[in-house]
Design a protein around this ligand. Structure first.
Ligand code: ATP
Ligand code: MG
Ligand code: FE
Length: 344
């Protein structure tokens, strides 16, 4: 079965075809294309919703043609269409939803509206045969930092979340303060690779209690550290030490909360998803800490951690398999609680 996935919730136009018959029936990505609007929004210092919607409209049809070409299939080979229904920017969501719903109607195939964070959550399961429910999932992206217990597709129980900033946002702000380009995560990680993570002590709020997170104090802490440290704008060693110490503080916090969540639920399997799950320090730290308690961590390849069409295609496939059938209406949900989803 071939499912087309469309991701347009923010500033990335991602299209992909998931094929359940690839890899001897394990399933996999037949082809994917991704266009980022980063340059378009760069001069404004943030995503401009109206410009985002217009750019998705401009790119959807050419990207779809490019995708079919790459996959070597005809549009009539598509068995279902999945699109991001929310959460996200309403105008941006509407472009993908209308394109997807209309295309599916024209082709006479089902269309499924997918929750963007469920897309992230299921991505590490795509093509993998060693990850099974139930598991604890750490969702760490540009807009979310949350821990959920996942018992099946659509069966998510809230364990904890950030009471303020998301971890990815924190990476992006730190990158900005260090004069590194957007997206901050990979750039901070690269700089941190040559630094000493013990050079500076940064705060780890709420570390010893519960499963919630708080990252807003980190901005001020990093700001003050940069301001108070001589040559923080010029000395490569000082800059690398700041990046490494910052990354360590975030990773340390995430790891401790994941361990606590596993202990609390009694589960031995952790899945990490979302852009920050691409971070190699986080992956390595979790691998070593979880090994000590006989637990395992699973994650997707880096290109499936950040926004992409494949995760939406795969989530759509999982929901179709679970029996979900959406009608012809297009109703996007800009704010949408992941734990309100049903197994439908
Ligand atoms: P959400 O999914 O919550 O709506 P989003 O879609 O903007 O937010 P993603 O695309 O999942 O977020 O992830 C982007 C975020 O991941 C950015 O904040 C980016 O800095 C961060 N990120 C990407 N790669 C890395 C990395 N290697 N290390 C740390 N952070 C990273
Ligand atoms: Mg993005
Ligand atoms: Fe995302």
């Amino acid at each position: 079965m071939k499912v087309l996935g469309l991701e347009t919730s923010c500033d990335e136009t991602g299209l992909a075809i998931y094929d359940s018959e690839l890899n001897g029936g394990k399933g996999g990505v037949l082809a994917q294309v991704l266009y980022s609007q980063i340059e378009l929004h760069a001069t404004y210092g943030g995503v401009v919703p109206e410009l985002a919607s217009r750019d998705h409209i401009r790119k959807l049809v050419p990207l779809f043609d490019e995708l079919l070409d790459k996959a070597g299939v005809d549009k009539h080979d598509i068995d279902a269409v999945a699109y991001t229904k929310g959460p996200g920017l309403i105008g941006a969501l509407m472009t993908g939803a209308l394109f997807g719903r209309t295309l599916a109607y024209g082709l006479g195939v089902p269309a499924i509206g997918v929750h963007h964070m469920e897309g992230h959550l299921l991505a590490p399961l795509l093509g993998a045969d060693d990850v099974a429910f139930p598991f604890v999932c750490l969702l760490v992206s540009g807009g979310h930092t949350m821990l959920v217990r996942a018992d099946g597709v659509g069966r998510y129980e809230h364990l904890g979340e950030s009471i303020d900033d998301a971890a990815g946002e924190c990476f992006d702000k730190t990158a900005k303060m260090l004069g590194l380009p957007y997206p901050g995560g990979p750039n901070v990680a690269k700089l941190a690779a040559t630094g000493d993570k013990h050079a500076y002590e940064l705060p780890r709020p709420m570390l010893h209690k519960g499963l919630d997170f708080s990252f807003s104090g980190m901005k001020t802490a990093v700001h003050n550290l940069i301001k108070d440290t001589p040559n923080s704008d010029s000395d490569p060693k000082v800059r690398a030490d700041i990046a490494a110490s910052f990354q360590y503080a975030v990773v340390d916090t995430l790891v401790k909360k994941c361990v606590r969540a596993l202990k609390q639920t009694g589960l031995k399997r952790l899945v990490i998803a979302g852009g920050v799950s691409a971070n190699s320090e986080l992956r390595a730290a979790l691998e070593s800490e979880l090994a000590k308690m006989g637990a395992q961590v699973h994650y997707a390849p880096p290109e499936l951690c950040t926004d992409n069409g494949a995760m939406i295609a795969y989530a759509g496939f999982c929901r179709l398999q679970a029996g979900q059938q959406d009608d012809l209406s297009v109703a996007c949900v800009p704010r949408w609680d992941l734990t309100s989803l049903n197994f439908s």
